[in-house]
Design a protein around this ligand. Structure first.
Ligand SMILES: [Zn+2]
Length: 100
């Protein structure tokens, strides 16, 4: 698993994910990729059913906000609750949060 990388504006350092064409802060179009640091869980919920998926197992997701202010929806392991600090990883195209 790799640490999630986010896009950082080369001019004003504002971070974004997914990538934006233009920085919404300074209008620059230059971004660099950096490792995200950590995020705080704001809200969690459980997806109990998925349309068209027979073998779906309930899965926890949450809204998290990175220390640089980027809001993301990520998969979470069961023990993670609102207010927890998580590290974000990317695996098979999905973003996952794990406790440090
Ligand atoms: Zn910028």
């Amino acid at each position: 698993m790799d640490i999630l990388q986010v896009y950082k504006c080369a001019k004003c350092s504002k971070e974004a994910f997914p990538q934006k064409l233009i920085c919404n802060h300074c209008r620059s179009t230059d971004f660099i990729m950096i490792d995200s640091e950590y995020a705080i869980v704001e809200e969690t919920s459980i997806i109990r059913h998925m349309l068209g998926s027979k073998d779906w197992k309930p899965r926890k997701i949450g809204s998290v906000r990175t220390n640089k202010g980027v809001l993301l929806t990520v998969g979470l392991s069961d023990e993670i609750e609102s207010g927890d600090k998580v590290i974000l990883f990317q695996q098979d195209g999905a973003i996952l949060g794990r406790k440090e």
